[in-house]
Design a protein around this ligand. Structure first.
Ligand code: WTA
Length: 643
């Protein structure tokens, strides 16, 4: 049980005294001293068709967890609950942006998952096949994920805000033959024509053989004979039970794409056993989930937070949750607080960007609502600044609820650094994610791999394998090695900056590489640049992040034009639109600047540090390696001209 009062009392920015943290320290010590024993104990909390022969086979950089064990993720999330009183418990309270609602008990969820699995089987989808899900935040999305998991198909969810090109790139990489989409999805009162976008993707993506269409918005859509199928028609013929496949623990559960430092997103692969064990345990430690909790994670299922913290972890615990389809400010800025009040949400998990957005509109909005059901708050996706933390603590949590600031990544599968009130309340410091979870051996090092001193900023690494760790980069083992394991041999490189304070608390300080966090979403500058140079007028492009008071990072794009192209505000808008259409609205540049020359080093590398500084309105710093100083003045001039 969370000692909310004490956690609250100690949640002050100046607080530095550490409690004895007896239980946490003891568990953490045990977990790193004998990880195999520790994880075997945790794994026994799940149901297995066959227990493992070996907990871990560690052949760096590949870790195989629970080798020889057999289980099924959909069984963990539904079957095991319908065998108990939870069959009548609410699994999902779903609310559409247009006010429509649906309530699914564990029984109905079980029924739907089985029928959807039957639909997939009847279409010839088999174990190991990849299935792409391009759906809005409707119950069909988690249901299809679980249906895939049930038959051993590997789902790849593509965020419904991505464009046809981004959808195609991802589908093409996995060679998925089946895409599941909806006629349309609601966003801020408008309908996003998802089926239409999927049609565009199918035109350029030869692997797509079938498109299953869920009815959501009632949009008229064109259905291509032989390729496109309405879900209701398929369900009419579906069976009501499909036996869950006993899968090897090392069988892939899903592939989820995330941005890295090249233009091509990485397909992060998570395997069934390790991922489920890690998430099941971490969820209990971090969210202190109770049978009676009503949990709401506001993320989109299209991102890893939705995979782990909406689908697999909470459902594996038989939790009751809220899923909301739409925008946070529709029809007005208190929509979320209205939802918290109406459903009596007790655990609320969101992003710093959302909090900062609410702060901007003032505490009057949440204060109109009774938020007294809340017991625990969470934050994820980007560093939370102490000011936003305090606002969240005060106006949403009523100075009563601890905040779990959870640091993790698509690659880590589950939460790695966070307070763990489910084990023991940890005194909180606004802006610090506190300590690594049991089983996680995190360190902060300099570029030579030596641990930095207290208070010094360094690179965050993880020195041991953990069950939620990515299994590979889909189809690209070389990239797996290079991105994560080559910089510090034997250790996993996170790409994040961090420091530890005098009490040993971890403070996460943002990315050390060229990956931006826009409203908590990962976008690589290289992806934005690739999109920009595919515009006919653009010759070269460089994207830089600029701190944004609400969304963390904003994109500033510097472009040089091809000969004959005329600089104009219209062209700027067109380039912006082009980037947006190529990737999706989240990648829309905030500013586009024309320049004659990009600042480059003598070896021809773009000086991103310089661009970044200039984009942020700061001095460009040390310029001794610059090719042509004139180019800096260019960038400065370009920047000055728009101020
Ligand atoms: C950042 C999201 C500070 C970090 C779950 C990481 C955070 C990247 C936090 C992963 C946090 C996530 N504090 N930074 N609590 N949580 N990050 O893959 O830079 O979308 O590397 O996973 O988000 O983003 P991803």
């Amino acid at each position: 049980m969370v000692d909310v009062k004490r956690a609250g009392e100690h949640a002050l920015p100046t607080e530095t005294r550490i409690w004895p943290l007896k239980r946490f320290t003891e568990i953490h010590k045990r977990s790193v001293e004998d990880p195999e024993r520790f994880w075997a104990e945790e794994a026994r909390k799940l149901d297995w068709y066959k227990t493992w022969d070996r907990v871990l086979e560690w052949d760096p950089p590949y870790a195989r967890w629970f080798v020889g064990g057999k289980l099924n993720a959909s069984y963990q999330c539904v079957d095991r609950h319908v065998k108990t009183w939870r069959r009548s418990k609410v699994a999902i309270y779903w609310e559409g942006e247009n006010g429509e609602t649906r309530v699914l008990s564990y029984s109905t969820l079980f029924y739907e998952v089985n029928r959807f699995a039957s639909v997939l089987l009847r279409l010839g989808v088999r174990q190991g096949d990849r299935v792409a899900l391009y759906l809005p935040m409707i119950p069909e999305l988690p249901i299809f994920m679980l249906a895939c998991a049930r038959i051993g198909a590997v789902h790849t969810v593509i965020f419904s805000g991505f464009s046809a090109k981004a959808l195609c790139d991802r589908v093409d990489d996995t060679q998925a033959r089946v895409v599941i989409t909806a006629d349309g999805g609601y966003r801020r009162g408008k309908v996003i024509p998802l089926k239409h976008i999927a049609d565009e993707a199918a035109d350029i993506c030869p692997s797509i053989e079938k498109i299953i269409v869920v009815k959501r918005s009632g949009e008229p859509v064109s259905m291509k004979e032989g390729r496109d199928l309405w879900l209701p028609d398929l369900l009419a013929e579906a069976e009501s039970y499909v036996k869950p496949e006993p899968l090897e623990a090392t069988h892939p559960l899903y592939v989820l794409y995330t941005s890295g430092t090249t233009g091509k997103p990485k397909g992060i692969v998570h395997n069934t056993g390790g991922y489920m064990v890690f998430n099941h345990s971490a969820y209990e430690w971090v969210f202190d989930i109770k049978e009676e909790s009503i949990y709401w994670c506001t993320a989109d299922v299209g991102w890893v937070t939705g995979h782990s913290q909406i689908v697999y972890a909470p459902l594996s615990h038989g939790a009751a949750m809220v899923i909301y389809e739409g925008a946070l400010d529709y029809p007005q800025i208190d929509r979320w607080w209205e939802i918290v009040e109406r459903y009596g949400v007790s655990i609320f998990y969101t992003s710093p960007t959302a909090i900062r957005m609410f702060m901007r509109h003032g505490e009057g909005w949440p204060l109109r609502h009774d938020l007294s059901s809340l017991e625990l708050l969470g934050s994820v996706g980007e560093p939370i600044n102490p000011e936003a933390w305090m606002w969240y603590y005060k106006y949403i949590g009523g100075e009563r609820c601890p905040i779990v600031d959870t640091w993790w990544q698509t690659e880590t599968g589950g939460v790695m650094i966070s307070p763990t009130p489910g084990i023991e309340p940890i005194p909180l410091k606004p802006g610090s994610a506190t300590f690594p979870l049991p089983g996680v051996d995190a360190a902060i090092v300099d570029t030579d791999g030596r641990e930095v001193r207290t208070g010094e900023t360094g690179l965050l690494i993880i020195r041991n394998p953990w069950p939620g760790m990515l299994a590979d980069v889909y189809g690209d083992p070389q990239r797996y090695r290079e991105s994560y394991w080559s910089r510090f041999p034997g250790a996993y490189y996170t790409g994040d900056l961090a420091l530890r304070d005098q009490d040993g608390y971890f403070w996460l300080l943002g990315r050390a590489d060229e990956v931006l966090k826009i409203a908590g979403h990962r976008i690589g500058t290289a992806e934005v640049e690739d999109a920009a140079v595919s515009h006919p007028a653009v010759s070269e492009a460089a994207a830089a992040g600029r701190p944004d008071p609400v969304k963390g990072d904003g994109i500033v794009l510097f472009v040089t034009l091809r000969e004959g192209a005329q600089r104009s505000p219209e062209l700027k808008r067109d380039i912006c639109r082009h980037v947006r259409d190529t990737i999706g609205p989240i990648a829309t540049p905030d500013e586009v600047h024309f320049i004659d020359l990009l600042p480059k080093t003598r070896s021809g590398k773009i000086m991103r540090r310089v661009l970044k500084a200039i984009a942020a309105g700061q001095s460009p710093g040390d310029l001794t390696t610059i090719e042509d100083e004139a180019s800096i003045d260019e960038v400065k001039r370009a920047f000055a001209s728009i101020r």
